[in-house]
Design a protein around this ligand. Structure first.
Ligand SMILES: Cc1ncc(COP(=O)(O)O)c(C=O)c1O
Length: 365
């Protein structure tokens, strides 16, 4: 007899990550494959984090500090919060799981946008909450007014991804301010700012200001996976009111951030030079790709991240496969409700040039 998994799982569409380089090399008999599919940092690991990890390798026989005291303290100091306002996890994904476990009861409603980060859906379903998704607005932007209208007396959690993955678009300060003003205090708003460092617009909201103001219903989520180049090490963090953070500590696994990760995170926070370099190279790469996609006549969403959403048309998946055969991995967006689009991460100058040459070739075939 098969043991029936819990009912929430019936609604879950499993998360499909970007294909690993090794898999594509194996399947296609290629080498020198470029991955522009998971919005990683194409410039590698923060050198300060790398050195710090080397220094603690020999401590790997010990369990890590379960409270991640030094890492949380470094984050608290760096961003100007108290220690009990900081949560950390094995990637931002893990922090989303802790918040979902801490706050969702069966039957609670979770509001999010269509074409946003799919992990929200997975944990909402796993907690047997009811998922409500609002359509995107013009320009493939999240429609925060529609999300505010979707809030009901049953709503417990709202996920706002800003800038949004996979569209790369951002919500402005005034849009977010209006949304938060309309949202009741009993609804927790998780502001997922995984790409915040890459948003360069004066209108990008300071989500942390809401936490500094003392609001209890805003949790701001960040990650070391992007600008710090630590996607493989897995560290995510969140800032919130101490009373909002405390329930998450009850459910987190005992040792969720490992020894290497804790050391890496502390050192990475000091690596301003690497962050500045990454942000400025990303800006150049974004401009280069935007211009190239314009020349190719491809519609694109306005990116405030290290990836660009491009409309290819009904052949998007064929184009994705043709790029794979040329050793370039990009992300199809069928699972994001955007079947005509590809999401392309911004790489190094060389990688971007290779992508443009291959895409030009594929589209003219
Ligand atoms: C919007 C968003 N949130 C969270 C995450 C998860 O980040 P992490 O690698 O810290 O789990 C990602 C990763 O791509 C993301 O795009």
């Amino acid at each position: 007899m098969t043991i029936r998994p819990q009912r929430g799982l019936e609604k879950i569409q499993p998360y499909v990550p970007g294909k690993p380089i090794s898999e594509v090399e194996r399947e296609y008999g290629l080498h020198d494959v470029v991955k522009l599919a998971s919005n990683e940092n194409p410039f590698g690991v923060s050198p300060k984090a790398l050195a710090a990890m080397r220094d603690v390798l020999a401590d790997a026989y010990l369990y890590p500090d379960g409270a991640s005291y030094d890492l949380r303290n470094a984050l608290a100091k760096h961003f100007g919060f108290a220690l009990d306002q900081v949560a950390v996890g094995n990637g931002a994904d893990d922090v989303i799981l802790h918040a979902s476990m801490a706050y969702l009861d069966e039957g609670d409603e979770v509001v999010t946008s269509r074409s946003s980060f799919p992990i929200y859906d997975i944990y909402a379903h796993a907690m047997r909450a009811t998922l409500i998704k609002t359509p995107l607005g013009p320009g493939h932007r999240i429609d925060l007014d529609a999300m505010a209208r979707a809030v009901t007396p049953k709503t417990k959690l709202v996920f706002v991804c800003n800038p949004n993955n996979p569209t790369g678009t951002m919500s402005t300060s005034s849009e977010l301010g209006r949304f938060l003003a309309a949202t009741p205090d009993r609804v927790l708003v998780i502001l997922d700012e995984a790409y915040a460092e890459m948003a360069d617009s004066d209108e990008f909201p300071d989500g942390l200001a809401y936490v500094r103001e003392g609001r209890e219903n805003v949790l701001v989520l960040r990650t070391f996976s992007k600008v710090y180049g630590l996607a493989g090490i897995r560290i995510g963090y969140a800032f919130g009111h101490a009373r909002t953070i405390a329930p998450m500590f009850k459910v987190k696994p005992a040792f969720t951030v490992n020894v290497l990760a804790q050391a890496a995170g502390i050192a990475a926070l000091e690596d301003d030079e690497f962050v500045r370099f990454t942000v400025s190279e990303n800006r150049k790469g974004r401009r280069f790709l935007r211009e190239a996609f314009d020349r190719l006549g491809l519609e694109q969403a306005e990116s405030h991240t290290n990836f660009i959403l491009v409309r290819i048309g009904p052949k998007a998946v064929d184009v994705q496969h043709a790029l794979l055969r040329r050793g370039i991995i990009v992300r199809p967006c069928v699972g994001y409700d955007l079947p005509d689009f590809l999401r392309i991460s911004i790489g190094t100058e060389k990688q971007n040039e290779r992508l443009v040459a291959a895409l030009t070739d594929v589209l003219s075939a």
